[in-house]
Design a binder for this molecule. Sequence first.
Ligand code: FAD
Length: 537
Amino acid sequence: MLRLTDVKLPLDHNDQAINEYILERLSLKPEQLAEYTVFRRGYDARKRNVIILMYTLDVTLADGVNEDALLAAFEKDQHVRATPDMSYKFVAEKTEEIEQRPVVIGFGPCGLFTALILAQMGLRPIVLERGKEVRERTKDTFGFWRKRELNPESNVQFGEGGAGTFSDGKLYSQVKDPKFHARKILTEFVKAGAPEEIMYLSKPHIGTFKLVTMIERMRKDIIELGGEIRFSARVDDILIENDQVTGVELAGGEIIETNHVSLAIGHSARDTFEMLQKRGVYLEAKPFSIGFRIEHKQAAIDDARFGKNAGNPLLGAADYKLVHHCKNGRSVYSFCMCPGGTVVAATSEEGHVVTNGMSQYSRNEMNANSAIVVGITPEDYPGNPLAGIDLQRKWEKNAFVIGGSNYDAPGQTVGDFLSGKGEGEFGDVVPSYKPGLKFTDLSKTLPPFAVAAIREAIPAFEKKIKGFSAKDATLTGVETRTSSPVSIKRGRDYQSISTKGLFPAGEGAGYAGGILSAGIDGIKVAEAMALSMLLKE
Ligand code: FAD
């Protein structure tokens, strides 16, 4: 099979256009082309009224056509190559019974893929997840949004599926992926019920409700392969002897012995980070970002990005990605943009307010939202490796109090925030945050340098997205859990540099940022665990 990259066609091309393009591009006669598949489809909307579709195509030649000769003829053309083998290859396979079972702490995307790969290799993982199974968790999470009743063990951050379950379900990442692990993840997602299009769209997303069903199916797969998944099973201690993990202790005192533990706990398991520090596991403070969620009418973003092409089903609801380098040396950027979605309450701790964003597959809510955040580094929270958590807690508690101490979030229109006018009220853009919003002076909800940076960045973003700094766009605060404030350092063998047998993984350990990259890291960790187990046995 041949792969053609950098294929550009107009947005409104007809059904035959791809076929014709391939014939012309490769100088083939119609009978020499057996079939083609779209490997990737994206778009270039830099000129909003002349949007181009960008394809990567896999081309199968008819029997008798010499593929090697054709490839040789296009040797100098970097956009014509043999299609690489993207199939997933297990690094090891269990051949005889192994007594010890690996333990996976956390059942977010990272733990899910660690467990799945271990199970597929026959290594019967035991998954320990502090939260509830996904249907029960959904009730608790929606209960919090509707009734302000937070369950600290079952919420947006904790429970089956991890932090990304109530999300936009964006499934793309910038991480290098030479072994095509992302392909394995998307293939498993499709098997579990995700739409086929995630295999070829350049920016696929699946939305919240599809994720819920998919996770249940994947759980079933793991169990059928001999894995065990335990919910409401919070790991409260790691047992370590001579710098080697020997087991874990659950809340309630049960001990599970094992020498192989994957730690895929996400960025919000603050109590678990504290426990790890007490046990002497090596931790470092890590940069992260803080800011607000901004909301505009989705129609305004569609218009700014797509012009007369707004509403074209091939484009869907428009997104954006923005960055601005400020005079005070800070960078402000948009993060986790959710087209046609809602802003959600994402705390896992009582008496805190934290924002995030989610959407459904249809992305048809009125507003577009994204986090507008300022990068901060350990220089802003020096000392203890866990000082970033203290900083997050400080501003989350402050937001809770300013919001009225009832889980309403502090909010303001962009116009009032930029002019420093004070409380105000919303205009055309109705903020979507549930349980509710208290209009207030947002400049009191983040450190002054962050407020100054965001005040500078929003008008700068207007130059890229018309209407971005519209007076009635709304801001909701605070967005503090953009990534982990802590890194659990690991070596080339994927094990903690202080503690053998402990495999820090995913977003919480500082090795991923998003569903797909967490899944990729989960696969790598499963491979490292399997090699370590099978080589030792
Ligand atoms: P997590 O998903 O955080 O999973 C960690 C799990 O470990 C949790 O289930 C937790 O309960 C469990 N745990 C923690 N401590 C313990 C313990 N002591 N014992 C047992 N279990 C424990 N990313 C995207 O790519 N696209 C998006 O559209 C997107 N939208 C998002 C929307 C929201 C509202 C949120 C909150 C996040 C979103 N993200 C999105 C980010 C994404 O969800 C995370 O990057 C990803 O889930 C990280 O995966 P993880 O497995 O490393 O950690």
